[in-house]
Every structure is written in C-alpha cells, then in structure tokens.
Design a protein around this ligand. Structure first.
Ligand code: SF4
Ligand code: SF4
Length: 158
C-alpha cells in the first residue's frame, strides 16, 4: 500500500457484497469508464408465492485511463458499495515499448475488491456538532390524534 494521506482519492474500492447492480454509478459517471455486466436469476424463496428475480454481477471494472477522479460514482452509489482508498498500484506499464499500458489501467472487480482493505474508517464525529436529526426527532403525530403513531398502527378500540 502506498504511503498516502488517508483521504487521498487514489483508487475506488468495490465492496461487492453491497452492490445490487443498480447501474446508477455507471449511468452517473461523466466519462463512461465504469463497465458493468450482469444477468438476472430467478429464485423461488421458501414460503413465497412468487419467484423473485435478482441481479447477479458478472463484471465490474473501472478504466482508470479515463477516470476523472471526480467521485460522482462514490457519492451516487445508494448502497455504499464504492469507497475511495489511498492507493495507486496500477500496473499501467505495458510492454517494453509501453504497448498495452492503457489497457492495463482497466481494473477488474477482483482488484477493486482487494482495495476495500485499504479504505480508512470514517472520521470521528465532531464532539461539538449538533446531534443528527434522525437520532433526536420524534415522530409527528397524526392530526387529531395527539400522539405519535406508526404508519398502519391500529387505533385504540378498533
Ligand atoms: S470517479 Fe468520476 S470519472 Fe471516475 S469512475 Fe467515478 S464517476 Fe467515473
Ligand atoms: S451504484 Fe453502487 S450498487 Fe449500484 S451498480 Fe454501482 S456500485 Fe453497485
């Protein structure tokens, strides 16, 4: 691992377990340098009336020869599957004359997955910061009830 500041935008690590193959990152990338292939599998869950379809990842690659390091994919992923890691260990040297160096900058999912180990933990919360609203907010009551309710909760006496 390179000796870089922990928040360096070095490479993008893929946490495969979080990836739902939603394709948002590939669509939002301004440079079209994320390549995703997938297929759909249909499963019958025990006790379920209908079979369920799920996307299975076949390929996830980032072309670092084109990447702008803008971070849009990391921000756009709704499942926290993409993270910056302070590394830059691309091969990218090609043959003796440099042939093939650009192609070597395409990093596949197995390499992207190894960079997950280099992702730094999130910074600690600022002790002076206000608590997050979702940790302190009380649920609003329905008009006329005067009390907070879960959606769909039965009213007293029904
Ligand atoms: S950092 Fe930007 S250019 Fe690079 S893969 Fe992500 S969205 Fe695309
Ligand atoms: S946005 Fe996230 S979950 Fe969706 S395909 Fe990209 S990495 Fe996977």
């Amino acid at each position: 691992m390179a000796d870089l500041p922990p928040r360096t935008r070095g490479v993008i690590a893929l946490l495969e377990a979080n990836c739902t193959v939603c394709m948002i990152c590939a669509r939002e990338c301004p440079d079209w340098c994320i390549h995703i292939d997938s297929h759909t599998e249909v499963e019958q869950q025990p006790g379920s009336a209908r079979p369920r379809a799920r996307n299975v990842l076949d390929r996830f690659a980032i072309d670092y020869g084109q990447c702008l390091y803008c971070g849009i994919c990391v921000e756009a992923c709704p499942f926290d599957a993409l993270h910056w890691a302070p590394d830059f260990s691309y091969p990218g040297t090609g043959g003796p004359d440099g042939d093939g160096a650009v192609a070597e900058l395409v990093q596949e999912r197995d390499v992207l997955a190894t960079w997950v180990a280099h992702v730094p933990p999130p910074p600690p919360l600022d002790a002076a910061a206000e608590p997050a609203p979702e940790t302190t907010a009380t649920r609003p009551g329905r008009p006329g009830t005067g009390t907070a309710r879960r959606p769909g909760a039965l009213r007293e006496g029904t």
